[in-house]
Each structure stands twice: as structure tokens, then as C-alpha cells.
Ligand binder design. Sequence first.
Ligand SMILES: Cc1cc2nc3c(=O)[nH]c(=O)nc-3n(C[C@H](O)[C@H](O)[C@H](O)COP(=O)(O)OP(=O)(O)OC[C@H]3O[C@@H](n4cnc5c(N)ncnc54)[C@H](O)[C@@H]3O)c2cc1C
Length: 391
Amino acid sequence: MKRVIIIGGGFAGMETSLRLKRLEKKAEILLIHNDDCFTFVPGLYETAAGEQDESNVCILASQLLHQKDILHYRDTVLSIDPKKKRVHTKNIKTIHYDVLIIAIGAQTNYYAVPGAQQYLLDLKTRGDAQQIYEYVSWAISSKKKHQFSICGAGLTGVEFASSLQEHIFSECRQRKKNPKNFSVSLIDAAPSILASLPDKAIKAATAYLKKQGISLLTDKKIRRVTQSRIFCSKESLAYDLGVWCGGLRTHPLIIESSLEYSEKAGERGLPGGGMMVNEFLQSTTHPSIFGAGDCICPKNPALPYVKTAQNAIDQARYIAYNVHALLNGRKLKPYRQMKNKFYCSLGKEMGVFVSGKTVLSGKHIKKKKDKLESTYVDTIKAGKVTSDLYG
Ligand SMILES: Cc1cc2nc3c(=O)[nH]c(=O)nc-3n(C[C@H](O)[C@H](O)[C@H](O)COP(=O)(O)OP(=O)(O)OC[C@H]3O[C@@H](n4cnc5c(N)ncnc54)[C@H](O)[C@@H]3O)c2cc1C
């Protein structure tokens, strides 16, 4: 029996395993994931800000997959040997594959800013969100003043800052505390927040954040971080909780394997580096290896692929089809990137929506985003697949 191994149980890995199982009845499908849960990453900023319970972003995946006759090993892949078609893991040691699907996401890019990785918290996993939440809860109950700094004013930084500010206001109201004891700053090297979005979206989000009292420190390139200060451009800012929402870079497992990859920096919603893939989402150096989600980079620069959950989910369709085709000697289907829709939450009630040149903002946007996301979570919980997160 042929064996297909999928590494990583995020959006790309979960969706691929479920889709492939529907198509491919003869091969064994094994998902190796370093967690028992599928994490709904777009909800993490709310968990970190204390606006959402962790159980809403964590779905127990192992049981769900076993019911579907998909093997799930909770393990970490330490290395890939594409020549011998083997992966080496922490617990099981060595496993052979006929086809390998790499869906391990990306690692955080600190752009070599001294001190950033050492002193700032990341916002990528449930553990990160929990750590931030614990600090925020402690800070709100303490009697001192606190300065929260968020480095990176892209989609993640803006969503987190607005949610955090709202949480502070609501906690202060309930506990009869002075909200002026807390400050939230957003720092970015770009001349505006959400620099990759159209002007209209930038204006709507900027007006909202300013009204909420969030300091927007744009055009400020972070040069160095110490335990208590962030040094940017010609000034420095004191902080006690710093969160890095800066960017992405190629996962170390890809860098350490003999796969072709690009080290180009990326960011959520923007193109970036990763394992080089061809039009079929196949490794450019090893045709029995496919890649999906944040961990890939198309070799063809005419296909700039943006790193979003929407694309990771969409690619799963192509990968499942192509792996099935490869195993059965059929023609592979070229990947066409879908038109992405960007929803940016502004606190609990407001939101901005961008799709091409269309920009909308208001309470209805946030409601729609919440509805689409909870529908997606329910679909995954039921072991079903979706073709578009924000369809
Ligand atoms: C705070 C935040 C908010 C976001 N909001 C949105 C949004 O609103 N809309 C949107 O479209 N996108 C959003 N994104 C981006 C989106 O979450 C990513 O694009 C998406 O998670 C990528 O999916 P993936 O499957 O490629 O990787 P991931 O979701 O990162 O999953 C990869 C998985 O592989 C596992 N793994 C890694 N290495 C190994 C290993 N060696 N062995 C075993 N397992 C391994 C990891 O633990 C991880 O669970 C957001 C991102 C963040 C951080």
C-alpha cells in the first residue's frame, strides 16, 4: 500500500488530509502534527486580548481524523530525506513515504532586529496567545501603569491592538480602574498602518484606532529592543509587554532539507519565501513532494502567492487532486490563486473588508467575519471540508 505523509495539521494539512481521503481510497494517509489540536489561527488575537476563550480556537483533531480513517501521529518531524523518501521524527524516528505533503506553515521573521526575538512575545500559536493573555490579566489587576507595544501594524497587529484596547476599557469599567493607566501603541516602519491595503481601508482603520486612543507610531523602523525599551528611528519607547506581529520567513525544516527554497521575507496577506513549488504545487526539486499554505513560494514570480488561511484551504483542493492524480498516473491540475478577501476586525464590533478595489467598513463587516469564521470552525469540527473560508 502506498503511503502519503502530510506534515503539519494547520489549515493546509487538515483540509488536504480530509480531501485526499475522499478521493484516494487505496493509499494510507498519515498526518504528522506537533499538536493534538487544529488551531483556528485567525482567532488567536482575540484569545490573547482576553476576548475569546481558548476552546473556541482549538479543535481536537486526532479523534476527528481517526474517525475518518486518517492516521494522526502527534509528533514533530525533525528532518526530511527526499532522496530516500523518509522523514525522521522525534518519537517514531523514521517513516517512509511515497508522496510527502509539507504543510508546516512559516516561522516568525524578526528581520535580525537585535533583542526582538529575546524580549518580545510572538502571536502565532495557542501557547503565545495564552502567555499574552496571562500577562494582560495580571497587568490589569495590578496597581501600576502599563505600556503595551505591538510591533507591526499589518492585519494581525491592528486586529490585536484594537481588541486589546477594548478589553482594557471593559475590564477597567468592571473593576472601577482608570484606563489611563494603560497605553497601547502600534509601531511600524511603513508610513501608515495596513500599508498593503487600499487608502480607504487605511483611513477607516486609522480613524477607528485613533478614536480608541491607540498611539500609531508609523514611519518608525525598529532598530533594537531591550528588556524595557524599543528603539526605533531617532527615539525610544518604554514598554512592559511587547508583542511582535512583524512578519514571516521560511520554516527551518525546509531550510535544513535539500529542497529548493526562497528566503524572501513575507507577511500575512503578502507574498514571501518558502519551499519553491511549480504550477502544480510540487517541489521544484522533488516531484514526490508537494507543499501548501504559508510554507511555500511559487518559483514563477508571475504567481505571487499571498500567505493567508484562505489560500491554504484553497490549495488543499489542488494538492488532494494532484496527489491522487500522481498516484494513479493521471494529469496534474495547475494551481490558480483565488481572489483573496481581507477582513480586518476593529475591536468586537467594527471591521473593514477589502476585495480588489472594493472597500467596506462598519459593524456589518465584523458580524459577517464572525459568522463566516464560526461556520468554518463548525465545518472542521464535523470533519467536513470547505472551499473558501470567506466565501
Ligand atoms: C493572529 C493571526 C491572525 C490571522 N488572521 C487571518 C485571517 O483573518 N484570514 C486569513 O486568511 N489568514 C489569517 N492569518 C494567516 C493564517 O492563519 C495563515 O495563513 C494560516 O494559518 C496558514 O496555514 P498553514 O496550514 O499553512 O500553516 P499553520 O496554520 O501555521 O499550520 C502549520 C502547522 O504545522 C505544525 N508544524 C510545524 N512544524 C512542524 C513539524 N516539524 N512537525 C509537525 N508539525 C509541524 C504547526 O504546529 C502548525 O500547527 C492570521 C495569522 C495570524 C498569526
